[in-house]
Design a protein around this ligand. Structure first.
Ligand code: NAP
Length: 350
């Protein structure tokens, strides 16, 4: 039986990847952070919590990483743990660098020293292309990170290449473009919208504040993207791959479909709040996944409209169930109204 170690198993991708690997017959070990209230709702939501071996690891702590490898003796390691939110990286640039960037070097060093035959997947990101002017981005496009998050991811991306070329590790960067699902964190704009749309439909909310509505992203469906991670580790040689849909859509388009689904006009409910505008923004992303399609045989099946509708439908169903008094593993019921969360002023006024 193959053994996999997933860091960040409590996150969106960690939960879907664990589910995917369990179905493939893997023994799955997952790392979680020791926090005051553990956050296992996604694993419970997918009914896999009892099938996973959990190990407490913080990427800030090298020894916890080494211990987790010794305990799990994995064939494959998937590093999904990160401070993963671009907005928060402007507020906590140092922690973001230490976790999302240097944390990866700690894992690579651990692998090089105690498990050099392990196959390693690094969750790289389309954010490393930054505010670029290319009509689409592939593995060979120039990187121009525009946030502390993206800079940390690019550092990690380069370290993976250095350890692959320098020490012969089987290590891959998955340059994943945005991927969403009903398990997406509530601070991310897609889920923020679909959760609010559901609440607006049920009369629980009447306004949503957002940042730049003209930003364009390439959005795919997370359960399909975790399969690509696994495929990267099943090849003869390690390499880096773009995973995307090759479509680009704006936040306004997302709002259109989401509000259409509940029969309302988004313009009556959305306002722009400066606090969500970033000091430097990424205006446009559209991924070219030709290499993944040719080498991995991977392609997306769920496209933009379906993705938005899956998310709105799911949030609506969960709020309705909640209103009926049904209790289940879920994040939205106790998520604070963001109007109560003070933001450090992101852009300095001169
Ligand atoms: P996510 O839901 O935010 O999950 C991030 C995970 O990292 C959580 O399990 C979190 O644990 C863990 N983590 C945070 N800080 C940590 C630390 N110091 N030590 C150990 N674990 C820590 O992110 P996701 O959407 O699943 O994304 C998975 C990975 O892919 C991330 O690296 C992300 O940056 C990258 N990525 C995501 C996308 C996307 O569109 N989703 C696109 C490109 C790349 P807690 O639960 O304790 O917070």
């Amino acid at each position: 039986m193959k053994r996999a170690l997933i860091t960040g198993i409590t996150g969106q991708d960690g939960a879907y990847l664990a589910d995917f690997l369990l179905k493939k017959g893997y023994k799955v070990y997952g790392t979680f952070r020791r926090v005051s209230t553990p956050n296992f709702w996604r694993l419970q939501y997918l009914n896999i919590f009892d099938k996973i071996e959990l190990i407490s690891v913080d990427l800030l702590d090298s020894f916890s990483i080494i211990e987790s490898i010794k305990i799990s003796r994995p064939n494959e390691i998937y590093n999904l743990a990160a401070q993963s939110f671009v907005g928060a990286s402007f507020e906590q640039p140092i922690a973001s660098g230490e976790i999302t960037g240097l944390g990866v070097t700690k894992i690579l060093e651990a692998i090089r020293n105690i498990a050099p035959d392990v196959r390693f997947y690094q969750a790289s990101s389309s954010e490393i292309f930054g505010d670029n002017t290319f009509s689409e981005q592939s593995e060979t496009t120039h990187f121009n990170p525009s946030s502390p998050y993206a800079a940390a991811k690019l550092y990690a991306h380069n370290m993976v290449k250095i350890y692959r070329n320098g020490y012969g590790l089987y290590a891959c960067n998955g340059i994943l473009f945005n991927h969403e699902s009903p398990l997406r964190g509530l601070e991310f704009v897609t889920r923020k919208i679909t959760n609010s749309v559901a609440k607006i439909r049920l009369g629980l909310e009447n306004n949503l504040e957002l940042g730049n509505l003209d930003s364009r992203r390439d959005w795919g469906y997370a359960p399909e993207y975790v399969e690509a991670m696994w495929l990267m580790l099943q090849q003869d040689k390690p390499d880096d791959y773009v995973i995307a849909t090759n479509e680009t859509h704006s936040i306004k388009e997302f709002l259109n479909i989401a509000f259409d689904f509940i029969g309302l006009n988004w313009e009556n409910y959305i306002s722009v709040n400066e606090k969500f505008i970033r000091p430097v923004d990424v205006r446009h992303l559209k991924g070219n996944y030709t290499k993944s399609s040719e080498n991995l045989g991977w392609k997306p099946n769920i496209h933009f409209k379906d993705l938005v509708e899956i998310m709105v439908k799911s949030d609506l169903e969960r709020w309705i169930k909640w209103q009926k008094g049904e209790h289940f593993a879920w994040d939205a019921w106790n998520y604070p109204n963001e109007k109560r969360i003070l933001s450090r002023k992101l852009k300095l006024e001169r």
